[in-house]
Design a protein around this ligand. Structure first.
Ligand code: ADP
Length: 162
């Protein structure tokens, strides 16, 4: 049985994230979508809101479980029994940071393997921060996030949070 951890801030969950979670769930027995409670960036949604939005987005994916965490990701991976860490890579921009983090994680937790999925073509430019910005300016983001996330963004009356 292989459990994979897909960790991030998910502020909010997007169709790009959902695509990675869906693809990961075809490879692994269980996928924990781990929502980091206190990332080093300004958040629009509280931890509870991010968990709720993600849970509703993955409700149809029986192998995916949403949990929040506030310790270091490698420790959370151990806690949930994950052998694999899943990440998504968009264009070249993500690579440098993901590579740096992968090297550090390998040093700290040598048994944890990393599996990177290339972002699907239609979600290459889809980032939570850009979505929040576009939504705040009144742009149509309905193809990039689940319906209930569009509603949640409207309720927030979003202002960009970069
Ligand atoms: P974001 O970068 O959108 O704020 P997170 O910090 O929550 O998202 O990212 C969690 C993981 O999901 C990272 O590995 C990130 O590269 C990946 N990811 C984010 N958006 C996409 C996307 N559109 N397609 C594929 N992977 C993505």
């Amino acid at each position: 049985m292989i459990t994979a951890l897909y960790a991030g801030s998910f502020d909010p969950i997007t169709n790009g994230h959902l695509d990675i979670a869906t693809r990961a769930s075809t490879l692994f027995d269980k996928v924990i979508l781990g929502i980091f409670a206190t990332p080093d960036k300004r958040l629009l949604f509280s931890t509870e809101e991010r968990v709720d939005l993600a849970r509703r987005a993955v409700a149809h994916l029986k192998k995916v479980e949403v949990r929040s965490y506030s310790n270091i990701t490698i420790d959370f991976a151990k806690e949930v029994g994950a052998k694999v860490m899943v990440r998504g890579l968009r264009m070249v921009g993500d690579f440098e940071w993901e590579f740096e983090m992968a090297m550090m994680n390998k040093l700290l937790s040598p048994d944890l393997e990393l599996v990177c999925f290339m972002a699907s073509q239609q979600y290459q430019f889809c980032s939570a921060s850009l979505i929040k910005e576009v939504a705040s300016l009144g742009g149509d983001i309905s193809g990039l996030v689940p319906k209930h996330v569009v509603e949640a963004l409207k309720r927030k009356g979003v202002t960009p949070s970069r």
